[in-house]
Design a protein around this ligand. Structure first.
Ligand SMILES: Cc1cc2nc3c(=O)[nH]c(=O)nc-3n(C[C@H](O)[C@H](O)[C@H](O)COP(=O)(O)O)c2cc1C
Length: 309
């Protein structure tokens, strides 16, 4: 069982970022993919979306979708990629996903969510989990949250990740939806108290070790989102590895060298750009690396970093 989880984050948690998290956090972290919609798997370049490498260790694939047939097909395809489990997104509030009946809007349809989770479970032996909000559209009450949980439990899905905020489907952008609705940690705490057999993970606004450790006394795990890219030193602190932060960044630098022919050069270097922090010369290292557009430029900057050994 992992005490810590790195949240699924579109635009961030691709295979490169996940590898950096594994390097910094060691085996204390369960990692999640970006959300992949079932339509992207059915009609897009599925391999591009599902690709992962074994050096990342345990990674859960998060899917978004409600079309049962496509959900089934997606899990079948994903089985070839060695994910350690699957997660259903019931938390994304963006208009685009709402129109496709994906994400937080599904909180209004607990029975459908139970069916989706059952289909997922029918097509894999791996653990299936749900990531949800505590409410939608200002219906902010424990009773509402609990009745959604009860409907969904019909599926037998016992692993819950709770982003402890209500999602407002109208009037707020996805970004605002991650900060304006108030945090309700008391809801997942109470859920765990009432249904101790559930595996409950708390997500939302966790940025310091003290709060994180305190939460772990009340739930089974905590999931960190923005803190992972705003303060990767926290991941290192929680992971408790003996190696220094700087020496672990050198491991990632070695990985960059080995993958410089990756077509998505910017995504390969982005994790290092944000992680270069907290030493003399870090600001200039970050700026120079962020400017690189070609493998040869990256090589030159990496060979001349001020990063201590
Ligand atoms: C850039 C970004 C992209 C996100 N993409 C996803 C996603 O693909 N799936 C998902 O369930 N949540 C997504 N989220 C929400 C996070 O997983 C998390 O629930 C949220 O950021 C709250 O946690 P935090 O306060 O620790 O950041 C995203 C958040 C951010 C900041």
């Amino acid at each position: 069982m992992y005490p810590y989880q790195i949240a699924p984050m579109m635009g961030w948690t691709d295979k490169h970022f996940r590898y950096l998290m594994r390097v910094l956090g060691g085996d204390q972290f369960l990692l999640f993919s970006e959300m992949v919609t079932v339509n992207a798997i059915a009609y897009g370049d599925a391999h591009r979306y599902l690709e992962k490498s074994d050096i990342e260790g345990d990674v859960v694939l998060q899917i978004g979708g409600s079309n049962l047939q496509r959900v089934a097909e997606s899990i079948k395809q994903a089985e070839a990629y060695n994910y350690c489990g699957y997660n259903l997104n019931v938390g994304c509030p963006s208009d685009r996903v709402q129109n496709a009946k994906i994400g937080a809007c599904l909180m209004a349809e607990g029975k459908l969510v139970a069916k989706i989770l059952s289909v997922m479970q029918d097509h894999t032996d791996k653990p299936v989990s749900i990531k949800t909000r505590v409410g939608i559209d200002g219906v902010d009450s424990y009773d509402y949250f609990r009745s959604f949980v009860d409907e969904v439990l019909e599926s037998g899905c016992h692993t819950w990740i709770v982003h402890a905020r209500d999602a407002w489907l109208k009037g707020l952008s996805p970004r605002q939806n991650r900060s304006i609705p108030p945090l309700r940690y008391e809801y997942p705490y109470r859920l765990k108290q009432e249904l101790p057999h559930l595996h409950v993970s708390l997500n939302g606004g966790l940025v310091d070790k003290e709060t994180i450790e305190g939460s772990l006394e009340k739930v089974d795990a905590v999931m960190l989102g923005r803190a992972a890219y705003q303060n990767p030193r926290l991941i290192h602190e929680l992971g408790g590895l003996n190696e220094s932060y700087e020496s672990l960044l050198h491991t990632y630098i070695q990985y960059i060298h080995e993958n410089l022919n990756d077509l998505q050069l910017r995504r390969l270097i982005a994790p290092l750009v944000i992680a270069l922090m907290g030493y003399h010369g870090a600001k200039s290292d970050r700026a120079r690396l962020a400017m690189c557009r070609k493998p040869s430029e990256v090589r030159m900057v990496l060979d001349n970093l001020s990063l201590p050994q």
